[in-house]
Design a protein around this ligand. Structure first.
Ligand code: ZN
Length: 149
C-alpha cells in the first residue's frame, strides 16, 4: 500500500511526527529535524471522524483554553455541544465566513468546520488576534489507539 502522510505534528523542536496511513496499523515515523533521520515512534492516540474514520488530529494536539480542554456550550437555538479544544487538525474544511455572533470564546471569531471527506459538521475554528484553535464536537470524534512500537 502506498504510504501517504495524513497528518503532521510538531511534538518538540527537534522532531516532527509524520502519521502515515491509519488503515495499515498506524505506522508513525518520527523525523529528526536536524539530521533528517527517521525512526518509528508513537504520537499518541489518533483522533478520527466518527462517521468516515478520516484522520483529523491526535492526542498531542489537545490544548487547554480558559483552563480546560473540554467545554459545554449552547448555541442560540438551544442546541448543546460538548467540544474539545485542539491546537491543530487536518482534513477539516472551513465552510462559512468568520463571525463573532454568539462566540463561546469572547474575542474569538468562529467559522464552521466540516470533515473534508464526508461533510459532517465537526466543530469550529476559533481565531483571535493572538490565538487560533479548533473546537471539535467530542461525540463526532473517535479515538483509535496506536499499535505498540
Ligand atoms: Zn468524516
Amino acid at each position: 500500500m502506498r504510504q501517504r502522510i495524513v497528518a503532521q505534528s510538531i511534538v518538540d523542536r527537534r522532531a516532527i511526527v509524520l502519521c502515515r496511513g491509519i488503515t495499515e496499523g498506524s505506522v508513525h515515523v518520527v523525523k529528526d529535524r536536524q539530521s533528517g533521520a527517521e525512526r518509528h515512534g508513537r504520537c499518541g492516540p489518533v483522533i478520527v471522524c466518527s462517521s468516515c474514520r478520516q484522520m483529523l488530529t491526535n492526542a498531542t494536539a489537545r490544548t487547554m483554553i480558559n483552563g480546560s480542554h473540554e467545554h459545554t456550550f449552547d448555541n442560540p437555538h438551544g442546541v448543546r455541544f460538548r467540544i474539545g479544544c485542539f491546537a491543530w487538525v487536518s482534513h477539516c474544511e472551513v465552510v462559512m465566513p468568520a463571525s463573532i455572533y454568539w462566540s463561546w470564546f469572547p474575542g474569538h471569531a468562529w467559522q464552521v468546520e466540516v470533515c473534508s471527506r464526508c461533510g459532517e459538521h465537526l466543530g469550529w475554528l476559533f481565531r483571535s488576534a493572538d490565538s487560533t484553535f479548533h473546537g471539535l464536537i467530542l461525540d463526532r470524534l473517535m479515538e483509535l489507539d496506536q499499535e505498540p512500537d
